[in-house]
Design a protein around this ligand. Structure first.
Ligand code: ATP
Ligand code: MG
Length: 283
């Protein structure tokens, strides 16, 4: 039985559970419970504050965890980063009041910066030989400059809206982050077998995100052109139609390119374009 630590509430909770669900793992969702077993896969879920996940996984109380890469870097407990999961995307950046002129990272020499991520920031400044006073605060970092607590801030940014609302400008991106699957270093072979199955299911789920399945009928003399528009992953799936002179092509395309590709296919004489949502892509 593998134990996987997930955020109990907050930005990553829903998406982590959704990933497990899409990977075919049924967890009884009762947020009051600290521990829930899956009914159809040898895992149980341990719900924690995200701050505690790296340590819990590092010392083996949980074998796996899903947590922001920023938390993994900040806590600096030894864990294996097994997979980037592509959700919970954000960046950690330095920002200063917008009316102040920025001259490059040396701007921060002798200044004060407020953050909830002192570890990552210390590493960044040390790596550049900049001596800056880091003021660790737990929340509402973005108001620090306006109340005179700091000259700048170092915080999570996604859209940048919070910075603008507080009269701040992002001046340096220090790292990108997304949710990651982490594991206890040195898990035994028995557990690793299950981890590998889980990871390959996650890969299938993640691969199918943002993809569509397209079926299209093409006159046989336009097949080569059609395959240039919708290239296949391996070898093209081509099926002859009962109507001689026509074939059906099946392919997987990015959702963002569906309309553009459909228009081009029509221009070369393709007909009956069917676009289906893709649930899983198991390779
Ligand atoms: P907890 O109660 O578990 O300690 P928290 O308040 O520390 O939760 P959340 O705000 O739920 O944390 O964010 C969890 C993670 O989501 C962050 O560590 C980060 O990796 C990611 N994230 C993505 N976008 C954002 C964003 N705009 N603001 C904050 N975190 C974000
Ligand atoms: Mg937290």
């Amino acid at each position: 039985m593998l134990r996987i630590a997930l955020q109990s509430k907050g930005r990553l909770n829903e998406k982590s559970l959704e990933l497990l669900r899409e990977a075919g793992i049924s967890i009884e969702e009762n947020s009051r419970r600290l521990l829930s077993k899956a009914s159809n896969f040898p895992v149980e879920v341990l719900y924690l504050r995200d701050d505690d996940i790296p340590q819990t996984v590092s010392c083996g109380i949980a074998d796996l965890g899903i947590v922001g890469f920023n938390e993994v870097e900040e806590r600096a407990y030894p864990v294996d980063v097994l997979q980037h999961l592509g959700f919970g995307k954000c960046r950690l950046s330095l920002a200063i009041p917008k009316y102040i002129e920025y001259t490059g990272p040396d701007f921060f020499e002798g200044k004060k910066v407020a953050t909830s991520y002192p570890g990552i920031l210390r590493k960044y400044f040390d790596g550049r030989g900049i001596s800056c006073e880091i003021r660790e605060i737990a929340g509402s970092v973005e108001i620090s400059p306006s109340i005179g607590l700091a000259d700048g801030i170092f915080d999570i940014v996604s859209s940048g809206g919070t910075l603008v609302q507080n009269g701040l400008t992002e001046v340096e991106k220090v790292m990108d982050s997304d949710a990651v699957l982490v594991g206890t270093p040195g898990l035994d072979e028995e557990k690793m077998k299950t981890v590998r199955i889980l990871m390959s299911r996650f890969t299938s789920v993640l691969r199918s995100r943002g993809k569509k399945y397209i079926l299209v009928n093409v006159p046989n003399d336009r097949i080569t052109e059609a395959l240039e528009i919708i290239p296949s992953m391996k070898s093209p799936t081509l099926l002859p139609l009962a109507d001689k002179g026509w074939s059906a092509i099946h392919a997987v395309v990015d959702e963002s390119e569906v309309w553009e590709k459909a228009d081009r296919l029509k221009q070369i004489g393709a007909e009956d374009i069917v676009v289906l949502s893709m649930e899983k892509l198991i390779i």
